[in-house]
Design a protein around this ligand. Structure first.
Ligand code: GRF
Length: 216
């Protein structure tokens, strides 16, 4: 019997190309889920335009419109509950998620980070800075990591990683583009597909996908 489609909420702050890759994967029938709501921390995010083009309810929850981060995150939680989110996908969301949201969605918040965690993660490692640091460290490969969100920054249990080589003439921008196109846009939809098929579980802090150790 086909299982119920999962309700997905996507949190964004920028371009939303990862969100677009998930929507395209849904269109191809690869994900047993539906994006019910998009929430942006940034009113100018292009991700909002992408959501509106598809008639997906989209909301701005910018810090500057609330009296505190707590108040902003209470509104985000209200929206997540109103749209009955099963999974909350952080797709280029710049911000720390308040503990009360994490408590409401244990092992149901997922983030994508453009590096091979645990390397090049944590405070300050976002956007182009990640790729600058990878090049400065003369790494031979980079990639992206999809992981559960916990109360640390880029520290939650890893669900899956994908890799690309770092090339000799790479600039931060060229490496960023390769990681985004060759890894992120494939890896995130793939993991969301697993989640929506109930293929992922966590045992003693270890992520298992379909009976196998998924972190690689
Ligand atoms: C991606 O590199 C993602 O890994 C990081 O932020 C970037 C967002 O890009 N967390 P987009 O908004 O999905 O285009």
């Amino acid at each position: 019997m086909k299982k119920r489609k999962k309700n997905l909420a996507v949190l964004v702050s920028g371009g939303g190309s990862n969100m677009a890759s998930i929507l395209e994967s849904i269109d191809r029938g690869e994900i047993n889920g539906e994006v019910k709501v998009v929430i942006s921390s940034n009113a100018a995010a292009y991700a909002l335009t992408r959501a509106k083009e598809r008639n997906i309810p989209a909301y701005v929850c910018a810090l500057c419109d609330f009296e505190s981060r707590d108040a902003r995150d209470r509104e985000i939680l209200r929206l997540l509950q109103a749209y009955e989110a099963d999974y909350v996908l952080l797709a280029g969301y710049l911000g720390i998620v308040s503990p009360f949201i994490l408590e409401a969605y244990p092992y149901r918040l997922i983030n994508i980070h453009p590096a091979l965690l645990p390397k090049f993660g944590g405070k300050g490692f976002h956007g182009i800075h990640v790729h600058e640091a990878v090049l400065a460290a003369q790494e031979k490969e980079s990639g992206a990591t999809v992981h559960y969100v916990d109360n640390g920054i880029d520290r939650g249990a890893i669900i899956a990683q994908g890799r690309v080589p770092v090339l000799e003439n790479d600039t931060p921008a060229s490496l960023q583009a390769r990681v985004l196109e060759e890894v992120e846009h494939k890896l995130f939809p793939q993991v969301v597909g697993w989640l929506c098929d109930d293929k992922v579980r966590v045992e003693n802090g270890k992520v298992i996908v379909d009976g196998h150790d998924a972190a690689r």
